[in-house]
Design a binder for this molecule. Structure first.
Ligand code: NCD
Length: 295
């Protein structure tokens, strides 16, 4: 693999091979095995030009657990604040010795652009509203660990889908893996043209799904939360009781408690939110390993 900037080019076998490797990596982490040597002598550069908690920390740890050197650029304190362009920053980081670059940036297409400029393997850690492929991978891994076979499962993505790179990557993964997907949200937040079933009525889909995947409202991209949104799409105790037995609730984080999800639901046994976070490290180990093989 040369770059992991989008889920779309992967077929089901390729996606599931990464998931299987992630599951194997998770086993390794749970046994507290010493770091592996897959990326020994290699340097992974984390370039984060947008805020991040889970994604950044887990890429950092994933690279360390494969034996890599890790350098992290925080855009707030880097020379981008002195007017250095993204291209010059990337050329600098590459000249310093980065072998693999992990990039989060507000512009769609930034990760592919970085791959072109650097000539190095690149992981897209989120580019604007476009894609967040390792989030989709860790989500697939979480679903796989819970349900084994994904085919035939039924899933609803709820909320600000139009502005969500997580939703975009997830939609690509779910169609590749033949999961029955429904998009739920106010009309201005569901994509106008999609091959998936669309509904504006959350209550109608609650009893039908195995996986309820909630999204944060992307206020930094101009979306506005109001009481009507919370009333129609917020998932609290009462709505959760209408889910099937065995159905799970997922969310990529950060969660806004009291908006898209209540405390009770976020902290309930149905919630896989922290399980998703836990799978972030091994899933990213699988991706970095696959990219490292070509360096
Ligand atoms: C998401 C992101 O940044 O795209 N978070 C994450 O990486 N887990 C989702 C979000 O910010 O809502």
């Amino acid at each position: 693999m040369k770059r992991f900037t989008s889920v779309a080019p992967l077929d089901a076998a390729e996606l599931l091979a990464l998931v299987e490797r992630g599951v194997e990596m998770r086993r390794r982490l749970e046994l507290h095995e010493p770091a592996g040597h897959e990326l020994a002598g290699r340097t992974v550069a984390n370039l984060f030009f947008e805020p991040s908690t889970r994604t950044r920390l887990s890429f950092d740890l994933a690279a360390q657990r494969l034996g890599a050197n890790v350098i992290t650029l925080d855009s707030e304190v880097s020379s981008t604040t002195k007017g250095e362009s993204l291209r010059d920053t990337v050329l600098t980081v590459t000249a310093i010795g980065a072998d693999i670059l992990v990039v989060r940036h507000r512009e769609e297409g930034a990760a592919d652009q970085v791959a072109e400029w650097s000539g190095r393997p690149v992981v897209n850690a989120g580019d604007g509203t476009n894609e967040h492929p390792t989030q989709a991978l860790l989500d697939v891994m979480t679903i796989h660990r819970k349900f084994q076979d994904l085919r035939g499962l039924s899933m609803a993505i709820v909320g600000d889908i139009a502005h969500s790179r997580v939703a975009n990557s997830l939609m690509a993964a779910m169609s590749t893996l033949e999961v029955d997907l429904t998009l739920v949200g106010p009309s201005e937040w569901v994509p106008p043209e999609t091959s998936f079933t669309v509904t504006h009525d959350l209550d109608e889909v609650l009893p039908m799904v195995d996986i309820l995947y909630l999204l944060r409202v992307q206020t930094e991209r101009g979306s506005v939360v109001d009481d009507r949104y919370i009333e129609r799409y917020g998932v609290g105790r009462e709505r959760a009781t209408r889910l099937r037995e065995g159905a799970v609730v997922m969310h990529p984080g950060p969660i806004n408690r009291g908006v898209e999800i209540s405390d009770e639901v976020a902290d309930s046994p149905r919630s896989l939110i922290l399980e998703q976070v836990a799978n972030g490290v091994p899933a990213r180990m699988a991706v970095l390993e696959a990219l490292g093989a070509g360096t």
